[in-house]
Ligand binder design. Structure first.
Ligand SMILES: NC(=O)c1ccc[n+]([C@@H]2O[C@H](COP(=O)([O-])OP(=O)(O)OC[C@H]3O[C@@H](n4cnc5c(N)ncnc54)[C@H](O)[C@@H]3O)[C@@H](O)[C@H]2O)c1
Length: 324
């Protein structure tokens, strides 16, 4: 088992961790979604939950309406400030449960048990929680890190292939932005990872968690621009996601391909690097283009909170923050 504590709370990574790791004392309240519940992961934690709330799967549950429902259920169940919300699920569950915990009784603790590749490799680290507004993604939220993160790659055994691929886009992102060796590793080992190879997925998760921890450390509230590169492909991606309803990771894959294209068009990036990035994403079964018209894309991007600056690239592993 790997233990990372750089951010001030333990992040534990290891196969079989769900059901083996000790949970904090006090009462525990489960938040999950229907698919994750059906796959049995909350039960396998072996916790005696004092209350539970099951969200409908999908991005539509990342809403203030669901936050109101969740807070109502947790208060009804008698949650106290020393109790913990336990979020068992993908990025959606983590964002919603973490945000509810941030405002419940002016902030109560929560435990993250991410079950999708996207959540295990990326979203569970960094303390960002929140929901979507009519005007755009993640516009309502709070920085509220969990007190414990349990990453058990075995949970990916029940993750549908399309969701695994979508999460893989965020994995590849870490190679593309700042780690050309990891990108080369992805080219060599991505197919095995997507086929369920345990060593490959563990290595990818550990690498991404360590990389994200480095980006986040010292800039926990995202005010110093240290985390900016993590948004590579996300300005386009969020606009595409909002407009088309594609899963987050698929929209990010298209967004990263577009960021490469724009970097080539501006004479910043060798076309061969853009082609290599696109070929790997497409080879992993991810979309790399959209037929969404550019006027709609521009309108959507204007609503994206990250549109003030754009992350472009000088090549594989050489992302940088440019002005939009
Ligand atoms: N907070 C952050 O820093 C951050 C960073 C990146 C992305 N995000 C957010 O994360 C969300 C995307 O995360 P996601 O891709 O995990 O989406 P998700 O939570 O919607 O999960 C994708 C699908 O997989 C299912 N699922 C998850 N784990 C499963 C398992 N083990 N077995 C069976 N089914 C399982 C879910 O029910 C869902 O249908 C977006 O809302 C995005 O904005 C947040």
């Amino acid at each position: 088992m790997r233990r990372i504590e750089t951010l001030g709370y333990p992040v534990l990574i290891g196969d079989g961790l769900i059901g083996a790791a000790a949970l904090p004392a006090g009462r525990l309240f489960l938040v999950t979604d229907e698919n994750v519940l059906a796959a049995g992961w909350p039960d396998r934690l072996g916790a005696d939950f004092a209350g539970s709330l099951v969200l409908a799967p999908g991005e539509a549950s990342k809403s203030l309406a669901q936050i109101a429902r969740l807070l109502d259920a947790l208060i009804d169940a008698g949650i106290g400030r020393t109790d913990h919300v336990v979020a068992v699920g993908g990025g959606m569950v983590g964002d919603v449960a973490g945000f509810a915990a941030s405002i419940l009784k002016r902030g109560c603790g929560w435990i993250a048990v991410p079950t999708s590749l996207l959540a295990q490799a990326d979203s569970t680290i960094g303390g960002k929680t929140g929901v979507n507004a009519r005007q755009g993604k993640n516009l309502i939220g709070a920085f509220h890190p969990p007190s414990l993160v349990l990453i058990d790659p075995d949970a990916l055994d029940s993750l549908p292939a399309r969701d695994l691929r979508a999460g893989y886009a965020e994995v590849v992102k870490y190679g593309l932005i700042a780690d050309p060796d990891f990108f080369a590793w992805c080219e060599a080992n991505g197919p095995a990872l997507l086929a369920g190879d345990k060593a490959a997925r563990l290595h990818a998760i550990e690498t991404c968690v360590a990389a994200k921890t480095d980006f986040v450390a010292g800039d926990e509230r995202d005010t110093q621009g240290k985390r900016a590169l993590l948004n590579f492909g996300h300005s386009f991606g969020h606009a595409i996601e909002a407009e088309t309803g594609l899963p987050h990771g698929e929209a990010v894959a298209i967004g990263m391909a577009m960021a490469f294209e724009l970097s080539v068009a501006r004479g910043l990036c060798p076309p061969e690097d853009a082609a290599r990035a696109r070929a790997h994403l497409a080879g992993a079964g991810l979309p790399v283009a959209t037929d969404m018209d550019s006027a709609r894309l521009d309108r959507r991007m204007a609503h994206d909170k990250k549109s003030g600056a754009l992350v472009l690239t000088r090549g594989i592993g050489k992302a940088f923050l440019a002005h939009a």
